[in-house]
Design a protein around this ligand. Structure first.
Ligand code: AMP
Ligand code: ZN
Length: 476
């Protein structure tokens, strides 16, 4: 099936043609580990995970590389402000190295909870300083750099394609629309490749280099590490749309400036998650983490499900109400699937009841449309709607609904199989407890009957005794 994707480079939908048949090389910009990832960042990682799963589903072998920024990312993407790692370390009274380890671990735990597949390579900037130095040396040799005020800068006037990705006006760029803060720069959009003593005397992370002891500019790591692990020409580069005008624009100038040829074929960018109509951002203080959501009683899958509801190129507005709606829809889905396989009164492991591949004719029609939506610029909301269509379709037998759902979940990544089994186990546990309570009441052991009621209550299950038996329901 032909896959169509919106390429930010050229701003149009294009058929995906891999460099090497059956393989996709994919680089995604990773976190700056000075704080927890916020749910806006996580939306972007979920979108990238869906993209990767889609390729895998269509039979591609995906090689995914992601960086972890632990040096050089200043509070302003364009060389102004302080290193974010330094700010994080100061606020928490820790060293930058401790901060980096702590938040990198927290980040990977979030990915795991959200069922985001781990990249084959996740590389830290501080482990690749030599690769960055080598890249600057290559750029220097080709005349793309200059030294001023103790720093090494990239001279954007030497790279004719500068700003193409972001549709920036070359004339305006060179003449200087941006406020010219750093007086060492020849053009305001030139950017630092290597900082030395001139910038921050107290910078904790520093390395020797041919240009003096210092540290790399933020954009450099993505060029150096992606080319190291994916080669000098690869298929896909992803990130959030905020990276188009500065970070990705500068990455292209560095990589193509060094190699002299095309670097990345497809640039795929995810739109923002908004909080109160504003972009969610750590620097603005209006952010929530996955742990915040969990502390409010949500499952990480509620957030993943919420993200499936928006196309990756549309802004998505976060609110407690919409997250609750996503949770209800997800629980409803699991509930319908569980009950469509068997009666809770049946015994035996659920695993044995899970049906095999999709074979039923009408289910296959849903699957066909599901794939089509995926192939048309990763239209996950419409793909998800096909799952719901099938679940509600009375002509599809229960078992087939479940096999179809598990098939689609290979891309959606909601962990439906585990949830169906867990829900089924829980229902059996409740049924057992209720049976034991009924027996206790028959035996007039009211103390034991009350104890069991309390045990269920602690599991958020309340029971009601009706003439035709005892019923249970979950309370929130
Ligand atoms: P950072 O850790 O700031 O480098 O950001 C990590 C990733 O999250 C990048 O791909 C950003 O483009 C993306 N990002 C930042 N803010 C948001 C947001 N509010 N919504 C979606 N993605 C975001
Ligand atoms: Zn990057």
């Amino acid at each position: 099936m032909e896959i169509q994707l919106f390429n930010s480079l050229g701003r149009r939908i294009e058929p995906f043609i891999p460099i090497e048949e059956g393989r996709v090389g994919m680089y995604t910009c990773g976190p700056t580990v000075y704080n927890y990832a916020h749910i806006g960042n996580l939306r972007t990682y979920i979108f990238e995970d869906l993209l990767r799963r889609m390729f895998r589903y269509f039979g591609y072998e995906v090689y995914h590389v992601m960086n972890v920024t632990d040096v050089g990312h200043l509070t302003d993407d364009a060389d102004e402000g302080e290193d974010k790692m330094m700010v994080g370390a100061r606020e928490r009274k820790k060293t930058v190295w401790e901060i980096a380890d702590y938040f990198a671990d927290a980040f990977f735990l979030d990915l795991e909870k959200l069922r985001i597949l781990k990249p084959m390579v996740s590389c830290r900037a501080t482990d690749h300083i030599q690769d960055m130095i080598d890249l600057i040396a290559r750029l220097e040799e080709k005349g793309h750099t200059y030294s001023a005020g103790g720093n090494i800068y990239y001279d954007i006037s030497t790279f004719p394609g500068y700003g193409t990705l972001a549709l920036l006006d070359r004339q305006e760029l060179l003449s200087g629309a941006r406020v010219h803060v750093d007086q060492s720069k020849k053009h305001p959009h030139d950017f630092a490749l290597w900082f030395t003593r001139s910038k921050f005397k107290h910078q904790a992370m520093q390395w020797d280099s041919p240009w003096g002891r210092g540290y790399p500019g933020w954009h450099l790591e993505c060029s150096a590490m992606s080319m190291k692990y994916l080669g000098e020409h690869f298929d896909i580069h992803c990130g959030g749309i905020d990276h188009i005008p500065v970070h990705h624009t500068n990455e292209i100038a560095q990589s193509e400036g060094a190699t002299g040829t095309k670097w990345v074929n497809y640039w795929i960018h995810g739109e923002f998650l908004l909080m109160d109509t504003r972009k969610m951002a750590k620097s603005k203080g209006n952010f929530l983490t996955l742990s915040n959501l969990e502390a409010s009683g949500y499952d990480p899958m509620d957030f993943r499900y919420f993200c499936l509801g928006g196309h990756y190129r549309s802004q998505l507005r976060f609110s407690e109400e919409s997250l609750t709606a996503a949770r209800n829809a997800r629980l409803n889905l699991v509930e319908r699937l569980t009950s469509s396989i068997r009666d809770p009164a049946e015994v035996g492991p659920m695993e044995e009841h899970l049906p095999p591949e999709v074979s039923d004719e009408s289910s296959l029609q849903y699957l066909k449309r599901f794939k089509k939506h995926l192939s048309q610029d990763l239209n996950i909301p419409r793909a998800l709607a096909e799952l719901w269509g099938a679940v509600k379709d009375e002509d599809i037998p229960g078992e087939d609904k479940v096999s179809l759902a598990l098939e689609m979940d290979k891309v959606l990544g909601l962990g439906l199989k585990e949830q169906i089994i867990r829900k089924d186990d829980l229902e059996h546990e409740y049924a057992e407890l209720i049976r034991a309570r009924e027996q206790a009441r028959k035996d007039r052991d009211f103390k034991r009957a009350d104890e069991i009621r309390d045990i269920l209550r602690r599991k958020n299950i309340v029971i009601e005794d009706a003439p035709d038996g005892t019923r249970w329901k979950r309370i929130e």
